[in-house]
Design a protein around this ligand. Sequence first.
Ligand SMILES: [Zn+2]
Ligand SMILES: [Zn+2]
Length: 256
Amino acid sequence: MRFASLGSGSAGNSMIIEQADTRLLLDCGFGLKETIKRLERLEVLPEQLSGVLITHEHDDHAKGAFKLAQKLNIPVWLSHGTRVMTARYLPKSGAVTLHEIDSHTPFSIGDLEVTPYPVPHDAREPTQFTFTDGQAKLGVLTDAGNATPHIAQVLNGCDALVLECNHDLSMLQTGPYSYALKKRVGGQLGHLENSHAAALLAQLDTTKLKHILAAHLSAKNNTQALAKQALSAALSCENDWIGIATQSEGFAWRSC
Ligand SMILES: [Zn+2]
Ligand SMILES: [Zn+2]
C-alpha cells in the first residue's frame, strides 16, 4: 500500500491511497483542474481513480468531490450527515453514485479495507478513516477538536499516520484571528493543536510506525518547525523524521 497528499490546509485537502489497482481519493477540496494537476504531479491519471471518500462537508474537503466523481464516473462514499450537508455541491444535471457509510462499520473498496470513525468537529457527521491492505495500516486524522479515547483506540498500532497539527496554541491566542474564530478553531469541535496531537501520539502503540506526517497546518497559527518539534518530542525521534503535508505540495508517495 502507498499513499500521498495532493495538498493539505484550510485552502484544500486531498490524499490518495493506493493498493494494486485500487486508488482512492480521500477528500477533494480542490477544483477539478487543480485536482488533475496535482494528481499529475503524483503520476496518477484521473481515470485510474476508483472512488472518492469525503470526511465532512467543509469546502476544504468536499468542494471538488462530486464534479470529479461525475467526470470520471466513479462513486463517492460519505456519511449520511455529510451527504445531507454536501447536497449543494451536487451537479445540477447528471448523476453521481453515492454510497452512504455508517461511521462505525468497516467496508471494502477493491483491494483496500476502509475503517471509518467519528470525530468531534463542527460538521454534521464528520468521519475520519484508517486504511489497510490486510498487512499495513494507515491512519488519517484531520479536523478534530480533540482526541477522544475512541480516536486513540482506532489509531493504535498504525504503520503510517497522517495527523492534524493545526495550530500552536500560543500562536493562535496571540495571532490575527478574530475572537470568534480563535474560539472556534481552538474549541472542542475545532482543530487539533500541536500539543494535543503530540499527546495523542504519545499514548499510541507506535512500535510499527514507519511514517508520520503532520497535516492541516494553519498558515497563520503554526509553523512546520513547531509541528515537527511537538511530534518528534512525543516519539523521541529526530525532527527530520516527521514529514509535513503542505498546502502547495502535499507530500510525495510513501509506501508501507
Ligand atoms: Zn479542514
Ligand atoms: Zn473541517
